[in-house]
Structures are given as C-alpha cells and as structure tokens.
Design a protein around this ligand. Structure first.
Ligand SMILES: Cc1cn([C@H]2C[C@H](O)[C@@H](COP(=O)(O)OP(=O)(O)O[C@H]3O[C@@H](C)C(=O)[C@@H](O)[C@H]3O)O2)c(=O)[nH]c1=O
Length: 170
C-alpha cells in the first residue's frame, strides 16, 4: 500500500494494494502492523457503514477527538475533508477526493476536521473506522454549502438530513 500526504496537515491518502484474478478481486482493507509501520498509529475501536443513494450528501461532520479512516466499499463518492479548527490559521481549508470500489482509496481524517460525501454512483457503501465510540453530543455539523467553508460540490440540490440542513452544533 502507498500512503501520501495531502494539502491538509495530518490528512493522509492511502492507496491499498488490490489483487485481481478470474474470480474477482481481493483487498486487505486494514492491517494494524502495516498501518503502524506507515505512521498511522491510531487505535481504532469502532467500525461503521452508511448506505446512501445517488445525490445524497452526508456531512459535514466531525468532533475534537476522533480519527477516522474512511473507505468506499461499494460505488463511488465525492469526499471532502475540511479543517474545522477555529484556532487554526488553516480553518476552512478543504480538499476533495473521489473514492470508489475501483480505486479503493482511503482517507485518514484527524480530529477537528469535518468530512462529508456526495454519492455519485447509484448507491454507495461508506465505511469508516474510528478511534472513539459514538458520542453525538460531541459532534459538530456544518452545512454542505456553508459560506465560511465555501466548498465546491458537483451538485446543486443534494438530498440531506434535517441535521445537515440546519448545520446544528450539538
Ligand atoms: C454516527 C452514528 C450514528 N448512529 C445512529 C444514530 C442515528 O439514529 C442513525 C443515523 O445517524 P446520523 O444521522 O448521525 O448519520 P450520518 O448523518 O450518516 O452521520 C455520519 O456522517 C458521516 C459523514 C460521518 O463522518 C460520521 O461520523 C457520522 O457523523 O445512526 C449510531 O448508532 N452510531 C454512530 O456511530
């Protein structure tokens, strides 16, 4: 696997190796010792998936504690990471990536960063590992089109949840 830095400090792009043969494909999606050897030393304690249909945006969500390792198990999505640390000079800096079941890319998202994804394929399975247990009270939410962040999305009218429409800070 290859691990690359990105335009955002602490955010890493991981490109796992995948193997194809006449039966299909094989990918190791996580291997603790290999990730540690590449500098990804977070202790992941919870795994999650969400399944969404085309044109859905989930996010922008984050919190002050959690590292997330994001991947696309099925389909394709446009994925955005944004620095949400109001004390950082990089607040509002964002970068986008396209994750799919073809490229198998993963993104490591540090605490105080928000993430959101737009489903491009008919449906997608968004998967992530995280270093904390679910704590909805600790999470922040920015709307996908918050002018403070000014993120470019390849869509004008996404399907979003009530929380994501309001950009609630819980
Ligand atoms: C996030 C989460 C949700 N849930 C439940 C609560 C709720 O009833 C249902 C749906 O939750 P939400 O509406 O918050 O799901 P969603 O809007 O998909 O929230 C997620 O968005 C992406 C972008 C992330 O990065 C995640 O960290 C998470 O914030 O799932 C859990 O049981 N455990 C969890 O870890």
């Amino acid at each position: 696997m290859e691990v690359e830095t990105t335009q955002l400090a602490g955010v890493m792009l991981i490109k796992p190796q995948f193997f194809e043969d006449f039966r299909g494909e094989y990918v190791e999606t996580y291997n603790e010792s290999e990730y540690i050897s590449k500098g990804i030393t977070c202790k992941f304690i919870q795994d999650d998936i969400s399944i969404s249909t085309q044109n859905v945006i989930r996010g922008i969500h984050g919190d002050a504690e959690t590292w997330k390792l994001i991947s696309c198990l099925h389909g394709k999505f446009y994925f955005v990471v944004v620095n949400c640390d109001t004390e950082s000079s990089d607040f509002g800096k964002w970068q986008s990536f396209t994750l799919s079941d073809k490229n198998r890319w993963q993104i490591l998202v540090p605490p105080k960063h928000g993430n959101g994804h737009l489903v491009i394929s008919e449906s997608t399975i968004f998967h992530y590992k995280q270093t904390t247990y679910y704590n909805p009270k600790g999470q922040f939410t920015y709307t996908w089109n918050d002018p403070k962040l000014n993120i470019w999305w390849p869509v004008k009218n996404p399907i979003i949840s009530r929380r994501d429409e309001e950009g609630r800070f819980v």
